[in-house]
Design a protein around this ligand. Structure first.
Ligand SMILES: CC(C)(COP(=O)(O)OP(=O)(O)OC[C@H]1O[C@@H](n2cnc3c(N)ncnc32)[C@H](O)[C@@H]1OP(=O)(O)O)[C@@H](O)C(=O)NCCC(=O)NCCS
Length: 154
């Protein structure tokens, strides 16, 4: 598997992943987005603070993930918008993709990354805990706040 940037022209592929019946409710917006909305959103992304990736495996797009709110001064950012194609879940692809995303975050020079995950999203919580994130706090509005430090001790 490898990560590569989502192109502005790929709104239809992104919409298909994002609007899946077992996907859109996992996000805070909890709604589907039209291809036009997605295209406008892709065009508006600021690559200095936000990176959106497709994960490709064997030449096929199997998922997407992102790092955003990149604060180069504090060297922190949020990770998420993680989606594995509905037909390919529970095969370890999410774990591989999150591992690659963490590597990208290291390359960006980040020292800490965090994620907000809904209380009911057991799959995502398990995914992040498995990648070494720890639950810092349960928040009423946004659910679990998870964090991972990327700096090595010593
Ligand atoms: C969350 C998601 C990316 C996980 O992808 P995946 O490829 O199925 O995950 P993996 O197969 O790598 O499994 C990762 C871990 O989650 C667990 N898991 C996967 N699906 C699960 C489920 N439905 N319920 C509970 N645990 C689950 C796996 O058992 C594994 O944990 P383990 O290593 O301790 O056994 C996928 O379910 C998805 O796209 N969900 C919809 C979008 C979403 O919720 N995104 C995150 C928003 S914060």
């Amino acid at each position: 598997m490898k990560l590569r940037p989502v192109l502005p022209s790929e709104a239809s592929v992104y919409s298909r992943l994002r609007n899946g019946e077992h996907t859109y409710q996992c996000f805070y917006s909890a709604r589907q987005f039209s291809e036009t909305e997605v295209a406008a959103w892709l065009a508006s992304l600021d690559s200095a603070t936000e990176k959106l990736y497709f994960a490709e495996d064997g030449g096929r797009i199997v998922g997407t993930c992102a790092v955003y709110g990149i604060d180069s001064t504090a060297r922190r950012a949020e990770v998420g918008r993680i989606i594995v194609d509905e037909s390919m879940r529970k095969r370890g692809l999410g774990a591989v993709m999150l591992g690659l995303l963490i590597e990208e975050c290291r390359k960006l020079g980040l020292t800490a990354i965090f994620a907000n995950i809904k209380e009911e999203n057991a799959a995502s919580q398990r995914l992040f805990l498995g990648a070494g994130f720890r639950l810092v706090e349960r928040r009423t509005e946004t659910g679990g706040y998870f964090e991972k430090w990327l700096v090595q001790a010593g």
